[in-house]
Ligand binder design. Structure first.
Ligand SMILES: Nc1nc2c(ncn2[C@@H]2O[C@H](COP(=O)(O)OP(=O)(O)OP(=O)(O)O)[C@@H](O)[C@H]2O)c(=O)[nH]1
Ligand SMILES: [Mg+2]
Length: 216
């Protein structure tokens, strides 16, 4: 049975950067994509998941990730770092072109098992976060909310903020993961949650996900 626990995560390798759907690698294995606002910590989360310091490029400057970046774990799973949304300094027409590539990818990729939707635990849900989750639900794409940067808040604040985000997404605590790329807290919970999507693509109760092999 496919499980991230039994794979060599730290042996992950970069496969390719994709800027058009025609460049996607063959859809020959399960795939997990990582989405969220610019600078929310997508690349950092992936590095922590893989226990690699800088396989996935991280920057203090928002908008660093500008392509769909594919990483392979043991030729068994692809992890895909998506460009962030909501970064105003990217010229508007460019944003739209990106949006069409990303939405095209998300709605047509037959092997996509889960979109990890990353939110900053410190901040309220923003319009674009709501849009993304609403869109994934409407399309029947499975997703897993992860609230990251938990190290920046006290235990008390963590619970308070998480409850606000849960209410905004209309989900329960069992349906999301609290995470810190800095301390690694939440890494095991993330792996456990992702394994459920790898084993059972419809693991997300609120998404009404379709089977991985059926067209979306
Ligand atoms: N304290 C703390 N800082 C974090 C955490 N995750 C990310 N950061 C910091 O947040 C900044 C952005 O992180 P990235 O991983 O590059 O964010 P991204 O979402 O990939 O950004 P784009 O590729 O620009 O969309 C960096 O300075 C990270 O060091 C976290 O869990 N805790
Ligand atoms: Mg990035």
């Amino acid at each position: 049975m496919l499980s991230l626990t039994s794979l060599d995560l730290s042996g992950a390798r970069f496969v390719k950067s994709v800027v058009a759907l025609s460049q996607l690698p063959p859809d020959d294995r399960p795939e997990i994509a990582f989405a969220g606002r610019s600078n929310v910590g997508k690349s950092s989360l992936m590095n922590r998941l893989l226990n690699r310091r800088s396989l996935v490029k991280v920057s203090a400057r928002p908008g660093k990730t500008q392509s769909l970046n594919f990483f392979a774990v043991e030729e068994a799973v692809y992890l895909v770092d998506l460009p962030g949304y909501g970064y105003a300094k990217v010229p508007h027409p460019l944003q739209q072109a990106w949006q069409s590539v990303i939405t095209g990818y998300l709605e047509s990729r037959a092997t996509l098992r889960c979109v990890v939707t990353i939110l900053d635990l410190r901040h309220p849900l923003k319009g674009q976060d709501r849009e993304l989750v609403g869109w994934l639900r409407a399309k029947g794409v499975s997703y897993l909310p992860v609230y990251t940067k938990m190290d920046k808040l006290s235990r008390n604040q963590q619970q308070k903020q998480a409850a606000l985000l849960d209410a905004g997404l209309n989900i329960g605590p069992a349906e999301r993961v609290l995470f810190s790329a800095k301390t690694g807290e939440g890494r095991e919970a993330l792996i456990t949650a992702l394994d459920r999507f790898l084993v059972c693509p419809g693991a997300n109760p609120s998404s009404g996900a379709s089977s991985p092999d059926s067209p979306r």
